[in-house]
Ligand binder design. Structure first.
Ligand SMILES: NC(=O)c1ccc[n+]([C@@H]2O[C@H](COP(=O)([O-])OP(=O)(O)OC[C@H]3O[C@@H](n4cnc5c(N)ncnc54)[C@H](O)[C@@H]3O)[C@@H](O)[C@H]2O)c1
Length: 353
């Protein structure tokens, strides 16, 4: 087991990583006032564990899936907290994937102007990424994460035991974010290349989780509220990923991160920002995890990139792209040129199939 600490001006977060971290956490719960939020899948699979661990605490179960990330669900959690007699002395426990973590985190930030928060991520994506760093949110009018807050958890419990029940598709989603870290961090890149044939292997995933969290922890400690440009590097591949996510919907966040990274890598190559063996290796890693889908209407989908939070104005699209080993770069492109280029890349993928 390993502890990673993020010391930000608002809160010290301790991330307990490794097998046994949940058991260890469960031992220290006597007398604690907890309000647990989870989703319908996690509750179905882990009902016995939840009832045994949190025996005297209210448990709020939201419907699994991104469609639950709404203010209606958020208000449902807050109402349940009030009705069950929760006070400022309570701690919200978010037990689930990124959807549960984002929405329960926001509930914790709002209830009585803020109560303590513990994240227990149960998907690979939430373990390596979303449970760490304090971004919480719900979607609004089809805009992802439109309402949210920075709200650091006091503790994060990252136990790989939860990954044993995770469908392969969800592992793929987590690998999307892991490959993103590979494009940002030389050591993670080298490890991924050396283990490219065992990316789905549980032992490998356990071993790569802490380095990814450590990378994010370093970034968050240097730019907790996304103000000085450091934190936006974690958005690599996300401009196109989010635009496609809004339009095509049928895949999950992590899969769209991989697709977005692939498209933006090609843009980086076209602009001479990235190239050679490094670009080929990143493509190889992406190819080990996902087959590039053939998209019609890619230009229409790309238009949504005008809403990206990194843009200074809607007419210029900002992207964080891979550059060299351990280094990324920002590319800014006029919206019409970006849309045209995305259309061309989609056509090329179609022709190759
Ligand atoms: N806050 C951040 O910094 C941040 C970063 C990245 C992504 N996100 C957000 O995270 C969300 C995606 O997170 P996600 O990929 O974890 O999705 P998710 O929470 O929807 O979980 C994916 C699926 O796995 C199921 N599941 C969860 N744990 C399981 C387990 N142990 N065994 C079996 N099934 C399990 C869930 O019920 C769900 O069906 C998106 O809303 C995205 O915007 C937030």
């Amino acid at each position: 087991m390993q502890d990673i600490v993020i010391d930000t001006p608002t809160q010290k977060s301790v991330i307990h990583c490794g097998k046994g971290s949940f058991e260890q956490f469960a031992k220290g719960l006597d007398g604690k006032k907890l309000f647990v939020v989870t989703d319908s899948n996690v509750y179905r699979i882990y009902r016995d564990l939840i009832e045994k661990t949190f025996k005297n605490s209210p448990v709020h179960v939201i419907k699994a899936g991104e469609a639950s990330k709404t203010y209606t669900t958020l208000i449902g959690i807050l109402k349940h907290m009030l009705e069950s007699g929760a006070t400022r002395a309570y701690t919200v426990v978010a037990l689930g994937g990124g959807v549960v973590g984002d929405i329960a985190g926001l509930a914790a930030s709002l209830f009585m102007r803020g109560v303590k928060l513990i994240q227990i991520p149960t998907t690979l994506l939430s373990q390596v990424d979303s449970s760490v760093g304090g971004k919480t949110a719900v979607d609004l009018n089809n805009v992802k994460n439109a309402i949210g807050a920075f709200y650091q958890p006091g503790e994060v419990i990252v136990d790989p035991m939860f990954l044993e029940t995770l469908p392969k598709r969800e592992i793929r989603c987590g690998l999307g974010e892991i490959i993103k870290y590979g494009a940002l961090d030389k050591e993670i890149y080298t490890t991924l290349c050396a283990n490219s044939d065992r990316l789905f292997d549980m032992e490998f995933l356990e071993s790569i989780t802490a380095p990814c969290i450590q990378h994010k922890a370093n970034v968050v400690a240097g730019d907790e509220k996304d103000l000085n440009g450091l934190r936006k590097t974690l958005n690599l591949g996300h401009t196109t990923g989010h635009a496609f996510e809004l339009y095509y919907k049928r895949k999950s966040h992590g899969e769209f991160v991989l697709i977005g990274t692939y498209y933006e890598l090609i843009i980086a190559q076209m602009q001479g920002v990235c190239g050679g063996e490094y670009a080929d290796n990143l493509k190889m890693l992406i190819g080990k995890v996902i087959k590039m889908p053939v998209y019609d209407n890619a230009q229409k989908a790309a238009l949504a990139a005008k809403f990206d939070k990194k843009n200074d104005e809607q007419s210029t699209v900002s992207m964080i792209v891979p550059a060299k080993e351990g280094r990324c770069a920002e590319i800014k492109m006029p919206l019409d040129e970006y849309v045209k280029t995305i259309g061309e890349i989609a056509e090329e993928i179609k022709e190759k199939k």
